[in-house]
Write a protein that binds this ligand. Structure first.
Ligand code: 13P
Ligand code: SF4
Length: 348
């Protein structure tokens, strides 16, 4: 952030509003937010940690979510009736969440259950999805999961039924399946643009896990060639990556986990350690700043433009219009089913 008079004045105004509102206001910031936004927040975290905060803070009348739309929407699903959830920029979406369209998800679900039978598949949906998909999962006794609890959610889902339909991140789904030792040929990709997702009836009957063909453009940019190059230059370095990366990248890494896992990995590393990180660049920049005693490098620069849409200007505007603008609202009929899927996750 440039240290301009303009920025300083916006920060002063934000701090003043925070003081005036006291514990009526809570500002939640995702780890991918710019440093100046994280510095002004009350809690920073990964999407699971922030959803827990949103669900547990009953004092706050106003929740301002500095992250992307599906995160604020999940907070709004969990919010009590006296709370409002606002996002500084309503256009801060998520490409991956947009890859699972409600109509196509419903169609895929009907196709699969028509072949394998009702009550044989548990739907699991990554937090990175819109409320309609979460509601679809809730309605069908499924759950939400995040990158920090996906293995637990898979184990839970297999206790309910013998197969899982995982939406919308193919890579998180496959990496979790690999982690749990599910054979490669029992995980099939569902391409919504092809009849039966590009599979035969036999493939569908035999599969244990269906992986919706969605992905994150920020994380699938990392390759094993990037890792080889970095290892050549920094032979003692450890490489830690997010599970939205491809399985090749995850398998070649030293550690894999959610954004909070990555933060802890860096915090726990000894002074002087070299750590190469495969995730969004704003988190890495902040870690470089916070741990000057460690050498922290990005695997490659990869920015999430949606996360980057939140800035001092729109945060200030949001706070100046507290409880009035950019409010996330969800239809009651969607909320009642989506909350089941979210609560199933919180109870894991
Ligand atoms: P985390 O749940 O690990 O914070 O990840 C959210 C996300 O959108 C990663 O791209
Ligand atoms: Fe969505 Fe990827 Fe951005 Fe995360 S990093 S919010 S998955 S586009």
């Amino acid at each position: 952030m440039e240290n301009t008079e303009d920025n300083k004045s916006m920060i002063d105004k934000i701090q003043k509003i925070k003081q005036e509102l006291g514990n009526k206001l809570v500002i939640l910031t995702h780890h991918y937010q710019r440093k100046e936004i994280v510095d002004l927040g009350d809690h920073k975290g990964d999407s699971f940690g922030l959803s827990q905060k949103a669900a547990s803070d009953e004092n706050a009348q106003y929740i301002v979510f500095c992250g992307v739309h599906f995160m604020a929407e999940s907070a709004a699903i969990l919010a009590k009736s006296h709370q409002t959830v606002q996002i500084p920029d309503l256009d801060a979406g998520c490409w991956m969440a947009d890859m699972a369209d409600a109509y196509l998800v419903e169609k895929a679900w009907n196709d699969v259950t028509a072949i394998v039978g009702q009550n044989r598949v548990t739907p699991l949906v990554y937090m990175n999805s819109d409320a309609y998909i979460k509601a679809h999962c809730g309605k069908n006794q499924g759950a939400v999961c995040t990158s920090s609890n996906a293995p637990k959610a898979f184990e839970w889902a297999f206790k309910q039924r013998e197969k899982i339909f995982f939406f919308p991140d193919e890579h998180l789904g496959r990496n979790t399946g690999n982690h749990l030792g599910i054979p490669e040929n029992e995980m099939i990709v569902w391409d919504p643009e092809k009849p039966l997702g590009g599979n035969t009836e036999q493939d569908i009957k035999q599969a244990k896990v269906f992986l919706w063909k969605g992905y994150c453009l920020v994380h699938t940019r990392f390759t094993t060639d990037d890792m080889d190059d970095m290892r050549k230059n920094f032979p003692d370095a450890k490489i830690v990556v997010h599970p939205e990366c491809t399985q090749e990248v995850v398998k070649s890494s030293d550690a894999v986990g959610s954004t909070s896992f990555i933060v802890k990995y860096v915090a726990d590393a000894p002074a002087g350690a070299t750590i190469i990180i495969g995730t969004e660049i704003n988190l890495i920049k902040r870690l470089v700043f916070e741990y000057p005693d460690k050498k922290i490098l990005p695997l490659k620069d990869s920015l999430c433009p949606n996360m980057y849409k939140i800035n001092l200007k729109n945060l200030l505007e949001c706070l100046e219009n507290i409880g009035k603008t950019n409010i996330i609202t969800i239809e009651e009929s969607i909320k009642k089913d989506a909350v089941i899927a979210l609560e199933n996750m919180l109870n894991l």
